[in-house]
Design a protein around this ligand. Structure first.
Ligand SMILES: Cc1ncc(COP(=O)(O)O)c(C=O)c1O
Length: 371
């Protein structure tokens, strides 16, 4: 490592832990005293507060963001023969969940400006078997919820928002999470709102869908030992809900700090030729889960930053339609943008506790790379 350089981690959960330690200690002691580890007041408090913050009627805490997707799909009763359109460029869970729920994912391309679903390509991929679309608010930047909603409503399809990366993001002023029939969330530790283990949620304005998700996540039980549906066990852990109750009140401020960091990165990149940031969205208020740049010499840039002790990550280096896990679906479609960006994306350090000095150090390293 260059000895003058200041190391900057990609992510440092320890700083988030330190900010809530005493409040968490209080909540955990209360839980230990009550021995209420499954369900209980911490989970209910979180579900209420998360729904309120996202201006949505119902929130069901579940075990993780992957289960949230599977449960949302099962709540819609998807099954063999049904097709669900998903982006070819996202985390694997978005597409894997469709198969886990018994249906078939159909991959659509993404837009070069946001790397979110390309709705024209989605429209081309609809068939008589299509039952719905899952859009992802990738990197915390909402996809076009109005256009996606119109496309789906016009064809009698449902729309699920995969909001795993977008806690607190807004589309035309309104929080994401209540636009589709259902929205799914992950609280994996590195998310904008993360717990200290696995956690997830499903939000919806539809009481019947909320009821079905809650049943499916708890053995289909409407009463003790009475089972209306075949469900599984995917409940939000009370200890994780306690972490989330400590962190949720900090989310808006944390997202604001991420916006400041993103704005600084953008200033540093203003004159850059080789490294370009994705454009600032017009109709959305993103929450910068990731700050992503595109660079032809991506691997060289990543190695250069690492040489200065600066972390970075490639979300995602291989598009989903080309992954071995989905090879059995047949010949992969040609998704030009997804394939192109998978080789060029790099995410820079981004978390709410990043200091101005660290952001400046990343900026200096980017300038050196360009020189
Ligand atoms: C877009 C997206 N969907 C789904 C998931 C799955 O969430 P989890 O890791 O909590 O299962 C993630 C998590 O990384 C994600 O980023």
């Amino acid at each position: 490592m260059n000895r003058d350089a200041q190391p900057v981690p990609m992510f440092d959960l320890g700083r988030a832990v330190a900010r809530i330690e005493s409040e968490l200690d209080r909540r955990w002691r209360r839980l230990l005293a009550a021995t209420a580890f499954v369900g209980g007041e911490e989970v209910r408090e979180f579900e209420r507060a998360f729904a309120e913050d996202h201006e949505v009627e119902h929130c069901v805490g579940v075990a993780n963001g992957t289960d949230a997707l599977v449960l949302a799909l099962r709540a819609h009763c998807v099954g063999p023969g049904d097709e669900v359109v998903v982006p070819g460029f996202t985390f694997v869970a978005t597409a894997a969940a469709v198969l886990l729920a018994g249906a078939t994912p159909v991959f659509a391309d993404v837009r070069p400006d946001s790397l979110n679903l390309d709705l024209e390509d989605v429209a081309r991929r609809l068939t008589s078997r299509t039952v719905g679309v899952i859009g992802v608010h990738l990197y915390g930047n909402p996809f076009d919820l109005d256009a996606a909603g119109e496309l789906c409503a016009g064809r009698g399809l449902w729309l699920i928002e995969d909001a795993a990366q977008a806690h607190g993001a807004r589309w035309r002023g309104r929080p994401v999470g209540g636009f589709g029939s259902l929205a799914t969330w992950s609280f994996y530790p590195s998310k904008n709102l993360g717990c200290f283990g696995d956690g997830g949620a499903v939000t919806t304005n539809d009481p019947e869908l909320a009821r079905r998700v809650r049943l499916l996540a708890n053995h289909g039980a409407t009463a003790r030992y009475h089972h209306e549906l075949v469900g599984g066990n995917s409940r939000l852990d009370a200890l994780q809900a306690a972490v989330l109750n400590c962190r949720l009140p900090l989310l808006a401020g944390d997202n604001e700090r991420r916006r400041q960091v993103a704005a600084r990165y953008r200033e540093h990149l203003a004159g850059a030729r080789e490294v370009t940031a994705l454009p600032e969205p017009r109709d959305a208020t993103p929450v910068w889960h990731q700050f992503t740049v595109l660079c032809e010499r991506r691997d060289a840039l990543q190695a250069f930053l690492a040489g200065r002790g600066i972390g970075s990550a490639t979300h995602y280096p291989e598009p989903l339609h080309r992954q071995p896990a989905f090879a059995h679906l047949g010949a992969p479609p040609a998704l030009e943008v997804a394939e192109d960006v998978a080789r060029r994306v790099l995410c820079l350090p981004m978390f709410a506790e990043l200091t101005d000095e660290e952001v400046a150090a990343v900026g200096r390293a980017l300038a050196e790379f360009e020189a």
